[in-house]
Ligand binder design. Structure first.
Ligand SMILES: CC(C)(COP(=O)(O)OP(=O)(O)OC[C@H]1O[C@@H](n2cnc3c(N)ncnc32)[C@H](O)[C@@H]1OP(=O)(O)O)[C@@H](O)C(=O)NCCC(=O)NCCS
Length: 234
């Protein structure tokens, strides 16, 4: 069954599984594949082709393939999911989030309110990306990663100047079970190794060792992650 509100635009060749609920003013672009038991709330846009600014450094792209939404997914109010994204089963995307082109999100991950996941990121399964965190382009997050509210990740040490920056963009990597506390900043290309953790308000300028908790600006090792907090003990 497909229940839909008013003013819903469903473009050509969009496919749906069973039991779909669509709110008002939703736009679903051409070819999007949507699984079963999916809820799409008011004003959501799915499968949007990226638009290139005149001054953008990104190459002009041809039309991207459609987005795929798995079973049991919720897409919150006013969320935008671009084309060529892959959203696995039971992902929950809250209101006002943006998920850019070529992003993949693993099953049961929660993408919080107002989160931005920029282009070409990979997000694992069972992750929690909390309110208003910013995941910079080309980042890789493993399974069970936790990103607290208002975390900022970065990928350009040249801050938009100089030609040498073009082949040096590098997103961040957070390995399985890595955690980043509220309002921290992670510098370009840094890796938080498995189950590494970052205290709130830290500036991460070096890789974080596995199972270490770092703190401060610049962040330094403070202690080992408490045994009780490791994934194997949950
Ligand atoms: C690191 C953390 C877990 C606290 O660890 P803790 O061992 O319990 O630390 P304490 O509260 O006993 O404080 C120990 C010292 O570190 C300082 N400190 C604690 N957290 C700090 C932080 N994030 N940055 C800098 N210093 C910090 C304290 O002021 C204290 O300093 P003092 O010894 O000079 O008095 C906690 O501060 C933190 O960052 N939590 C993450 C919160 C968060 O983002 N949650 C997710 C979203 S809700």
């Amino acid at each position: 069954m497909l229940t839909k509100g008013q003013n819903v635009v469903i473009n050509e060749n969009v496919s749906f599984g069973e039991n779909i609920i669509i709110g008002n003013n939703v736009v679903i672009y051409e070819g999007t594949v949507i699984g079963s038991n999916v809820i799409i709330q008011d004003n959501a846009v799915i499968g949007k082709q990226p638009t290139r600014a005149k001054a953008s450094i990104l190459p002009e792209v041809k039309k991207l393939p459609p987005t795929q939404i798995g079973n049991g997914v919720t897409v919150g109010t006013s969320t935008i999911i671009y084309a060529n994204a892959t959203i696995a089963d039971d992902v929950f995307i809250a209101d006002l989030a943006t998920v850019r082109e070529r992003v993949t999100i693993g099953e049961k991950t929660i993408v919080g309110r107002g989160v931005a996941v920029e282009n070409d990121c990979t997000v694992g399964s069972y992750c929690k990306l909390e309110t208003n965190c910013y995941i910079t382009a080309y980042s890789e997050l493993g399974d069970y990663v936790f990103i607290a509210p208002c975390v900022v990740t970065t990928n350009d040490n040249y801050m938009a100047r100089g030609k040498e920056r073009f082949d040096k963009f590098k997103g961040i990597t957070v390995e399985k079970g890595g955690r980043i506390g509220a309002n921290s900043t992670i510098l370009p290309g840094k890796t938080i190794h498995e189950e590494g953790a970052v205290a709130a308000g830290s500036l991460v300028s070096k890789d974080v060792e596995s199972e270490s908790l770092v703190m401060g600006s610049p962040a330094k090792k403070y202690k080992e992650v408490d045994e009780a907090q490791l994934l194997k003990n949950q």
